[in-house]
Design a protein around this ligand. Structure first.
Ligand code: GDP
Ligand code: GDP
Length: 493
């Protein structure tokens, strides 16, 4: 359709060249009749679908699988063929657990469809609950299908989106599987997820031969976002970084202005600067009291790997706190979303000179301390003091970004982690000596950001304090300061 043509090459990964076996799997879920098959068909076009018969207690359901094409993206798509209607027997949750459980386990991402014409139905809520229960970690995109049938002008679509948000799967994307409406938006949501996944897989594959388990990234491209309130010096900083190197990419037709990127090289790595507020394009926004969260497009921001938050040294020197409310919100959001965070304090030149030396020292000392208290989720967030105007601190800044990214991509071998675990556990004091959880082994399941799972034998789970202890030890021993790390636990029966 016309809309489809607006999707043009944009991904940093050439999916067409990727071995089909390595492509990620996206599962379509939703109650019957929301349009899963319609979307599936649109994705696979004329290509052939594989059909599996999945015997269930009473019925045999077909599960279809095919290679999906969306713009320049390629992925495997699974049509879960409808969770059974609750009409016949029991709750759909019971009946479909077995059937879809193993299909879910094979999927890396999910698209959760609802029918915008029907409004939110009890079954949609059940599907949402079911998905959360059986695949709590599965990145899921919520899609409102059949959107062509609602009038945008009347506000009906916005109202439906507000309602759909209640499912707890974030902001829904309005599409029409039938007309192709909104597929550009779906592309934009899927693209960063699939890119990240592919980068990891390709990287892992390249490292497999050497049997070297501690995989560092091989100069994978870095998506960097620089954020901050107006006038803190983002543009000046950016220009200092880019100098002659500036290569602007986009905005491509059909993509929002927000997706403009500039590209630069640092120590052999390509760095894409994601323009989240339009300042790359020199179209200055109002200098009014627009709040940071309104200004930055959150979705684009969160596709960055590393987020740089720029603060103004002069303002800090004259303020009560190192960060304004808006800055705290964005920093917390960044680490909450698992992004690497680097804080830049700009305009240090304004604190030079004898009369200011006290202020200078105060800023250097207080900012890292305050950030630690304001963003307690992550310890050791790096802070770099620069003067974009004088071009000072550029190298320190870039090195910090590079280091943060490398740590964000770090992979630790299970063998090494378990040696480490034995060591740290010997110095951990359990709350309840009699009922200690037993960690059978500890493994990193994911990088970008580093994510770990503690496998426990028996039923006793790790307490919050145990997890905190493990997180803290991990950060200290593997120098993961500033990196959001996650530890999950699973009981092995
Ligand atoms: P499934 O049970 O979730 O696989 O749903 P289907 O793909 O079979 O679609 C159910 C019904 O909704 C069919 O009659 C489709 O033609 C219709 N449908 C699917 N997508 C759209 C859409 O985007 N707009 C409209 N108006 N109807 C749609
Ligand atoms: P943006 O709105 O965050 O992109 O901020 P700009 O880069 O446009 O900078 C806003 C103002 O601060 C301009 O007048 C800059 O010249 C000034 N500025 C930026 N960086 C520095 C710096 O390091 N020192 C000083 N003294 N002024 C700066």
């Amino acid at each position: 359709s016309e809309k489809d043509k607006r999707i043009i090459k944009k991904s940093v990964i050439d999916f067409k060249k990727v071995d089909m076996e390595l492509l990620p799997t996206v599962i379509l879920v939703g109650r019957p009749n929301v349009g899963k098959s319609a979307l599936f068909n649109r994705f696979i076009g004329r290509r052939e679908a594989l059909v599996y018969n999945t015997p269930n207690d009473h019925v045999t359901r077909d599960i279809r699988e095919g290679i999906a094409k969306l713009g320049d993206l390629r992925f495997r798509v699974l049509d879960s063929a409808g969770l059974e209607t609750a009409a016949s027997a029991g709750s759909i949750l019971d009946r479909t657990t077995k059937m879809t459980g193993n299909v879910l386990a094979r999927s890396q991402f999910a698209i959760f469809l609802i029918d915008v014409r029907d409004g939110l139905q009890p079954l949609d809520l059940e599907v949402g609950k079911w998905l959360r229960k059986h695949a709590p970690e599965l990145p899921t995109i919520l899609v409102m299908n059949k959107s062509e049938s609602l009038d945008v002008q009347s506000g009906a679509l916005a109202a439906a989106a507000g309602e759909a948000y209640k499912l707890g799967y974030g902001d829904p994307i309005a599409i029409s599987a039938e007309t192709g409406l909104g597929l550009v938006d779906l592309y934009q949501s899927l693209c960063p997820l699939l890119e990240d996944y592919m980068e990891l897989v390709l990287n892992d594959k390249a490292n497999q031969e050497s049997n070297f388990l501690e995989i560092k990234d091989n100069k994978l491209p870095l998506q960097l976002a620089i954020v901050g309130r107006p006038n803190v010096g983002k543009s000046t900083l950016l220009n200092a970084l880019l100098q002659e190197e500036r290569v602007l990419v986009g905005p491509e037709a059909g993509l929002t202005r927000d997706s403009v990127r500039a590209q630069l090289q640092f120590q052999g790595r390509t760095i894409y600067l994601v323009d989240t507020a339009g300042w790359l394009q020199k179209t200055k926004l109002d200098r009014g009291p627009t709040s940071l969260s309104v200004m930055q497009s959150r979705k684009n921001l969160m596709r960055a790997h590393v987020i740089v938050l720029v603060l103004d040294a002069e303002e800090i020197a004259n303020a009560q706190s190192s960060m304004t409310h808006a800055e705290i919100v964005i920093a917390r959001q960044a680490v909450g979303e698992g992004r690497g965070l680097v804080v830049i304090v700009n305009k240090m030149d304004l604190l030079k000179g004898k009369e200011n030396s006290k202020l200078y020292e105060k800023v250097i000392k207080s900012v890292p301390e305050e950030i630690q208290t304001l963003i307690p989720q992550v310890t050791g967030i790096p802070v770099v003091f620069v003067s974009a105007l004088e071009g000072r601190g550029r190298m320190a800044f870039m090195r910090q970004v590079e280091e943060t990214y490398e740590k964000w991509c770090l992979r630790l071998s299970t063998a090494r982690l378990n040696r480490w675990l034995r060591k740290v556990m010997s110095r951990h004091s359990w709350k309840d000596q009699a009922a200690q959880p037993k960690i059978k082994y500890f493994t990193q399941v994911k990088a970008r950001p580093p994510t770990f799972v503690a496998f426990l034998s028996g039923k006793i789970k790790l307490a919050e304090t145990d997890i905190r202890f493990l997180t803290k030890s991990l950060k200290e021993d593997f120098e993961l300061g500033g990196i959001p790390t996650r530890i999950m636990q699973r009981c092995i029966p």
